[in-house]
Ligand binder design. Structure first.
Ligand SMILES: Cc1cc2nc3c(=O)[nH]c(=O)nc-3n(C[C@H](O)[C@H](O)[C@H](O)COP(=O)(O)OP(=O)(O)OC[C@H]3O[C@@H](n4cnc5c(N)ncnc54)[C@H](O)[C@@H]3O)c2cc1C
Length: 382
């Protein structure tokens, strides 16, 4: 059975794009090497933090804001189609200062957020009034009242259910090992099988670079491992997302407290480690001293697909509009999924690229490698 579009990769980016394409009337086949779900099947942070996470450049921040704005309607339409509540919670976020220097920096930063972020500074007493579990030693917090989170696992279940109902054909256990241009179409090679479509979308997360290379495109995706610790108590210990320069914690609706997260360049090793768990607990205990009494509910790890300038690659292959790339979402694949999916639909339909997309041109690294550019601003931990 042939499809208009083949998507390679069954993570949040591929599955959101598949759903959006099916919604727009395309027939879609999505091919996944393992099980559908990708990283978000195990990593359940689901933070939607456009103002905390993405500040530069302005076109990237605008894209993140646009994606954030699309989240309520995505959650609503998935609920209508599947009955699954994605647990989208507009909890707000406290960016907590652990030292006076951090406090001074955050107070200064407050002035630079857009008005829509509603950023305002809280002294220690006001921060602890909102979140009594915070350590008395914290030096205040910057509050961003609109930041939110969703339940990743419910999101993936709903996307697969809704996509399936709209005719998306999911093929699992099928590693794609190459992609070829085929006149005006493109062909993916899976074992001895060749599958062709008018459009192929490469959404294989950290592995996309290897697929792009089979088409001659230099796209240096690398995995950055992130570990999380889950703990549980009798009561929900916090309402806001608590965020520091070294980690974060947030409570899911079932009471699970998700503590994160490491940033490690260790290749494709995606298992949690004793050192990762130790460091996460040490950092988050500074924020929440009561953590030690909660029940340990496991540790998980996933691989963030990273590109050297911290921005994703979303766009057509240079000179070959039949291949669309959607990867490199790094720390924000869930946040950026709706706007990415809308961009993929526009590119597949051959409409003019949505605003800001030039920034995400997948060909930029071919040019940058000639100039030797590598500019990540995120520090590594662990
Ligand atoms: C600890 C941690 C916390 C995070 N927290 C957040 C957060 O709070 N908010 C947020 O927005 N983001 C967060 N992220 C980032 C987010 O999880 C990623 O950006 C997102 O999962 C990337 O999705 P993806 O679909 O691009 O890639 P993936 O999830 O990696 O999916 C790619 C899929 O492609 C498949 N694949 C690869 N190669 C092939 C092939 N050759 N053939 C077929 N299939 C193939 C893989 O098996 C995989 O299933 C976090 C990540 C981590 C690790």
């Amino acid at each position: 059975m042939s499809s208009d579009v083949i998507i390679v990769g069954g993570g949040v980016i591929g599955c959101t794009a598949a759903y959006a394409l099916a919604w727009a009337g395309f027939t879609v086949t999505e091919i996944e090497r393992e099980q559908m779900g990708g990283q978000v099947a195990v990593v359940n942070t689901g933070m939607l933090g456009p103002y905390t996470e993405i500040k530069h450049p302005p076109a990237f921040a605008a894209f993140a804001e646009r994606s954030f704005a699309q989240w309520p309607s995505l959650a609503e339409s998935l609920y209508e189609e599947t009955g699954l509540d994605l647990e989208l919670v507009r909890s707000g976020l406290l960016q907590v200062a652990l030292t006076d220097e951090e406090g001074a920096r955050l107070q200064q930063a407050a002035a630079h957020f857009p008005a829509a972020a509603g950023a305002h500074w809280l002294d220690t007493a006001s921060a602890r009034e909102l979140e009594p579990a915070l350590a008395p030693t914290v030096r205040g917090a910057l509050r961003l009242p609109t930041e939110a989170h969703v339940n990743n696992q419910r999101l993936m279940r709903a996307l697969l259910l809704a996509g399936g109902r709209r005719g998306v054909r999911y093929v699992t256990g099928a590693p794609v090992h190459a992609v070829e241009l085929d006149g005006a179409a493109a062909t993916v090679l899976v074992g001895a099988e060749r599958l062709s479509a008018a459009r192929v979308v490469l959404a294989a997360g950290s592995w996309t670079g290897a697929l792009a290379a089979t088409l001659g495109l230099h796209l240096p995706t690398v995995p950055v491992r992130g570990q999380l610790v889950n703990v549980r108590g009798e009561h929900r210990p916090v309402e806001h997302i608590l965020y520091t320069e070294n980690g974060y914690c947030l409570a899911k609706r079932d009471g699970t407290l998700v503590l994160g997260g490491t940033m490690e360049r260790v290749g494709y090793r995606s298992t949690p480690t004793a050192g990762g768990v130790r460091d996460i607990l040490a950092r988050t205990s500074e924020l929440l001293p009561g953590l030690a009494d909660l029940t340990f509910a496991g540790a998980v790890a996933g691989l963030r697909p990273h590109l050297p300038d911290d921005a994703p690659a979303i766009g057509a292959l240079p000179g070959a509009e039949q291949v669309v790339v959607a990867t490199g979402h790094f720390r924000n694949g869930v946040l950026l999924a709706p706007a990415t999916a809308a961009s993929v639909v526009a590119l597949v339909e051959g409409r003019s690229a949505p605003p800001g997309l030039a920034l995400f041109d997948p060909a930029r690294f071919a040019r940058a490698s000639e100039a030797g550019r590598s500019t990540s601003v995120y520090p590594e931990t662990v």
